[in-house]
Design a protein around this ligand. Structure first.
Ligand SMILES: *[C@@H]1O[C@H](CO)[C@@H](O)[C@H](O)[C@H]1NC(C)=O
Ligand SMILES: *[C@@H]1O[C@H](CO)[C@@H](O)[C@H](O)[C@H]1NC(C)=O
Ligand SMILES: *[C@@H]1O[C@H](CO)[C@@H](O)[C@H](O)[C@H]1NC(C)=O
Ligand SMILES: *[C@@H]1O[C@H](CO)[C@@H](O)[C@H](O)[C@H]1NC(C)=O
Ligand SMILES: *[C@@H]1O[C@H](CO)[C@@H](O)[C@H](O)[C@H]1NC(C)=O
Ligand SMILES: *[C@@H]1O[C@H](CO)[C@@H](O)[C@H](O)[C@H]1NC(C)=O
Ligand SMILES: *[C@@H]1O[C@H](CO)[C@@H](O)[C@H](O)[C@H]1NC(C)=O
Ligand SMILES: *[C@@H]1O[C@H](CO)[C@@H](O)[C@H](O)[C@H]1NC(C)=O
Ligand SMILES: *[C@@H]1O[C@H](CO)[C@@H](O)[C@H](O)[C@H]1NC(C)=O
Ligand SMILES: *[C@@H]1O[C@H](CO)[C@@H](O)[C@H](O)[C@H]1NC(C)=O
Ligand SMILES: *[C@@H]1O[C@H](CO)[C@@H](O)[C@H](O)[C@H]1NC(C)=O
Length: 472
């Protein structure tokens, strides 16, 4: 009997574990860490610590999501440090936030799980829609302006997106559609002077077609009712990895100017840095990058905000010239100047193009900066132009999954995924045996992350175990 209770409670624990099921392919977006949202977001859940709010793991989404995401939808977002799941509680539009790419403004709690730098930007975040890590049933609360003529309710604690809500009063022959208010999580119903009689049944339909209902006994302002249960969660998207990687960084780094998201603040021992030198140009370009490197160990550091995943690329290429014949130029990641790439010839006062393979340098799956250094005692002026990544033919492939598009999440660059990610094994370009030993970080092996598949299966195993045990 004791075993029975133990097993039953174990089954209960397994069932109530917070899980997130991947519901789309991985995609590419921008994520920024912000201050906590202490005021009302546009979804209407109230401040973060209120009765109806989903807590502190939340985000504000931009206009790009207007057609595809709703209040209460959850997204897994991946940064250089790892992944986390946030719930949409606010939408920003117009001039409030950038609208060129999918954009998440996350709370400090959420951001700290994906980045070590608070209030910074991750340009190449990976993201996908997931089910929310929710406990208990869907809930509904009457808003403070509700009445028998104007029923206005807030739905919260949903595990997947809500597509529609209907209401059927005791005196109504059919259920009537409730209208979503201003893209928020509130739904209202009214009908020219008609007085609804309670009890009324409210039925919510999920994005995936599942319906759940609740009977509202009376119209009490701010009273919370619980639905019988939460929505059924669909099975995870076929081929979805355990977590998304960082998305692929655009290949162009510098072409007349830096691409968005780069800076040079970590450069060391230099002067006269000019990222737009129009007096010295390469080919038909309008400007070049100019820097005077002071002595041995000096370097120009090109840093990517939110870091970058090296696995998508074979290497980088660039054009370079110097103020004199220069023996001592090198390229390296992070602080790894001792494991650098060196050209086979001296850099001269003429422009020359170079290709640097990542396999020739010590590197990790995720890097922050690529550095152009001087090992020579003497100062040298260096000009750089047309710096870009070279895409790897062995880069993670784009999966053909249709779910992202069919849910309207398609105006974005789809991120690539691999079967290797699914098993959680660290990804290493196969053409490159030397990197295996040097992949010390192994950032993407998130087997223990919050993303777990549908827990029903596990429960079934325990139920079976229980049946077998109870036979003795
Ligand atoms: C489940 O997630 C919710 C919201 O993120 C959180 O409040 C709750 O503590 C979690 N429960 C468990 C058992 O982790
Ligand atoms: C109703 O709630 C809103 C916030 O949702 C608040 O601004 C307003 O003052 C409240 N009105 C009443 C009558 O309580
Ligand atoms: C909906 O938005 C409009 C315009 O932004 C605003 O005037 C109105 O008060 C909003 N309604 C609710 C219920 O928030
Ligand atoms: C789990 O997956 C099964 C299908 O295998 C589905 O019927 C069920 O609704 C899912 N349950 C949850 C809680 O995700
Ligand atoms: C650099 O920019 C110019 C003009 O903006 C464009 O024509 C050229 O293709 C770009 N080069 C690379 C390598 O992206
Ligand atoms: C960079 O060089 C250009 C000339 O090529 C000059 O006009 C500009 O002022 C310089 N910028 C800085 C920040 O020194
Ligand atoms: C620069 O010009 C040379 C010669 O015209 C050409 O071969 C090379 O591809 C050009 N490089 C870039 C980066 O545009
Ligand atoms: C590079 O230049 C140095 C002098 O600065 C010279 O001794 C050396 O032979 C040159 N190396 C090559 C490969 O040309
Ligand atoms: C990616 O897909 C292409 C074309 O479908 C295929 O040729 C290539 O081998 C694939 N690469 C990997 C790493 O799976
Ligand atoms: C993203 O994926 C969807 C569905 O697989 C596809 O229809 C769409 O063209 C893809 N978009 C891009 C930019 O690759
Ligand atoms: C349940 O487990 C089996 C293997 O044990 C697996 O093939 C199946 O995909 C799992 N279903 C879910 C919904 O996780």
């Amino acid at each position: 009997m004791r075993i029975l209770i133990l097993l039953l409670s174990f089954i209960y624990i397994v069932n109530s574990t917070n899980t997130s099921v991947p519901l789309t392919q991985c995609m590419s977006g921008k994520v920024i860490g912000t201050e906590p949202l202490t005021v009302y977001g546009s979804c209407g859940y109230g401040s973060y610590n209120g009765e109806t709010t989903p807590g502190t793991m939340t985000a504000t989404l931009n206009q790009i999501f207007y057609a595809s995401a709703r209040c209460g939808d959850c997204f897994e977002i991946t940064g250089p440090k790892g992944s986390t799941v946030v719930r949409a509680v606010n939408f920003c539009g117009g001039n409030e936030c950038s609208n060129d790419r999918p954009y998440f403004m996350t709370t400090p709690n959420a951001f700290s799980e994906i980045s070590d730098e608070p209030l910074s930007t991750i340009y190449d975040a990976g993201f996908r829609r997931v089910s929310c890590p929710t406990e208990g049933p869907l809930k509904v609360r009457f808003q403070n302006d509700t009445s028998e003529y104007y029923v206005n309710v807030l739905l919260f604690n949903n595990n997947v997106g809500i597509s529609s809500v209907s209401i059927k009063g005791a005196n109504m022959p059919n259920a009537a559609e409730m209208n979503r208010q201003n893209n928020s999580a509130t739904f209202s119903w009214s009908q020219a002077g008609f007085k609804i009689q309670f009890p009324a049944t409210v039925t919510a339909t999920s994005l995936y077609g599942d319906k759940v209902s609740v009977v509202l006994k009376s119209s009490d302002r701010l009273k919370v009712y619980e639905f019988g249960k939460n929505f059924a969660v669909p099975q995870k998207v076929v081929g979805s990895p355990a977590t998304c990687l960082l998305a692929k960084t655009p290949t162009c780094i510098y072409n007349d100017s830096f691409s968005q998201g780069y800076d040079t603040w970590s450069s060391y021992s230099y002067k006269d840095l000019n990222v737009s030198d129009t007096t010295v140009t390469y080919n038909k370009s309008k400007a070049s990058l100019h820097i005077n490197l002071i002595g041995a160990g000096s370097y120009l550091s090109i840093t990517r905000a939110g870091q970058f995943q090296t696995d998508y690329f074979k290497g980088i290429k660039f054009a370079i010239r110097a103020s004199r014949v220069w023996n001592g130029f090198n390229v390296f990641f992070g602080q790894q100047q001792e494991s650098c790439w060196k050209p086979s010839t001296n850099i001269t006062t003429e422009w020359s193009e170079h290709t640097v393979l990542f396999s020739d340098m010590k590197h990790q799956h995720i890097e922050k900066a690529i550095n152009f250094g001087n090992k020579n005692e003497n100062d040298v002026i260096m000009w750089l132009d047309d710096i870009s990544f070279i895409t790897s033919p062995n880069a993670p492939n784009i999966t053909a999954g249709a779910s992202a598009g069919s849910e309207g999440l398609n105006p974005m660059t789809n991120q690539t995924t691999t079967t290797m990610q699914m098993t959680g094994t660290p990804y290493a370009p196969s053409e490159d045996p030397t990197v295996h030993g040097s992949h010390s970080g192994d950032e993407m092996n998130h087997e223990s992350s919050a993303i777990k598949s549908n827990s029903t299966n596990i429960s079934i195993i325990f139920v079976l175990l229980f049946v077998v045990l109870s036979m003795f």
